[in-house]
Design a protein around this ligand. Structure first.
Ligand code: GAF
Length: 382
């Protein structure tokens, strides 16, 4: 865990509020495969990582509550009786949304102060938002003895994102961040919201992330748009979600949907199958197949689901050409953020130099490269 970050947030809280806080760590996540399948009730394969949000929280005697974003040095005071979303794109919506959703469940909380900071690069697609939401709900549950289960908490976080942030996200990010297990990825069934852990120990290989350091602005509206396309096709097929259908069934309505939307639904069906196949490949230690599935996922996201961008495509194309990367793909919602790469450990250093230079030459911009450890989910920092 990042002790520097913990000390920074803890100190900022004490200085700001003159009290001793409860400290929570809530991780970000990676996703090996299964992208845009979660809101289709399908399978995803995420893992919590050792980067995330540290929140310091404590009850307050005041008649307002205060949230302090340490990294931005911004604070807001709010009344628990008159909650409403702030302007679009504001960080406080993640906090206010969680409080509002707790109240919607007829749970009572008193005033509180919270300070938080993080070490997930903004826009990296590693879900700092779910980490923040989870840290808030977890902290409030502890402070006010709300009796919420971890499942209740992730549903509250997800609803906060829907209703206060305006992104109709699935459950993957909140789940991975809350339920992560050290050294494991979780094959999550987003219908039953239950998962099976897989120990990740790739013989001689590792996962690395390459951040494009771009975040194209259409991402939130495009996300909601994809979700409604999937829902309308499910309706046409008279199924609850695309998880319940097959390529064969989809073919039967081919002339009733646009070619673009047909491809989007086809992508979801295929990606859902890839996530399951990937879990089998991992079980068998078949990294070659896993890598091929990862590349196929990217091509689907790029050409069928159309949520990639030039920078992500470039990184994947270069990884493929390089020959030592078994699999690479964009990760998360898309339109920027990171690629995830399955690479031979012995080749990592030379690949890093190669891709750094190639990216700089192509976009006149730096990419950033991270290795992450798979870690436990949201919890109290002792
Ligand atoms: C974002 C969402 F928050 C997730 O629910 C998921 O849909 C992901 O995009 C795409 O797989 O991270």
């Amino acid at each position: 865990m990042n002790t520097q970050l913990i000390n920074k947030v803890s100190k900022a809280f004490s200085t700001e509020f003159n009290a001793e806080p409860l400290l929570i760590f809530s991780p970000g996540r990676i996703n090996i495969i299964g992208e845009h399948t979660d809101y289709n009730d399908g399978f995803v394969f995420p893992a919590a990582v050792n980067k995330g949000i540290v929140a310091a929280i404590q009850k307050s005697d005041s008649n307002t509550s205060v949230a302090y974003a340490v990294d931005k040095d911004e604070r807001i005071a709010f009344s628990l009786d008159t909650l409403k979303p702030s302007a679009e794109g504001r960080w406080e919506n993640y906090v206010l949304g969680v409080v509002a959703e707790i109240q919607n469940r007829s749970k009572t909380i008193g005033n509180f102060n919270i300070a938080f900071g993080g070490d997930i690069p903004g826009g990296a697609g590693m879900s700092s938002s779910a980490a923040l939401e989870n840290s808030v709900v977890y902290g409030l549950n502890e402070l006010f003895n709300l009796g919420l289960s971890k499942h209740d908490m992730i549903l509250i976080s997800q609803k906060a994102e829907h209703n206060y942030v305006g992104v109709k996200c699935g459950i993957m990010d909140q789940y991975a961040s809350m339920f992560g297990i050290e050294n494991n990825a979780l094959l999550l069934d987003c219908r039953t919201v239950t998962s099976k852990p897989y120990e990740i120990n790739f013989e001689g290989h590792q996962l690395i992330l390459i951040n494009t350091n771009v975040k194209h602005s259409l991402s939130d509206s495009a996300y909601n748009d994809r979700r409604s396309v999937c829902e309308s096709i499910s309706e046409m097929l008279k199924v609850k979600a695309l998880r319940d259908t097959t390529e064969y069934d989809l073919e039967s309505i081919k002339d009733k949907v646009t070619p673009e939307n047909y491809q989007k639904a086809l992508y979801v069906i295929q990606e859902n199958n890839r996530a399951i196949q990937a879990s089998k490949a991992i079980e068998k230690g078949d990294l070659k197949t896993l890598g091929e599935l990862i590349y196929a996922s990217h091509y689907g996201l790029q050409n069928q689901y159309k949520v990639s961008c030039e920078e992500l495509d470039f990184l994947v194309e270069q990884a493929k050409l390089n020959g030592h990367v078994l699999g690479a793909r964009m990760m998360g919602g898309g339109f920027g953020g990171c690629t995830i790469n399955l690479i031979a450990k012995s080749e990592t250093d030379s690949f890093k130099s190669f891709i750094t230079e190639a990216y700089k030459n192509r976009f006149n911009k730096d990419c950033s490269i991270y290795t992450v450890e798979l870690s436990n989910g949201t919890g109290i920092i002792e």
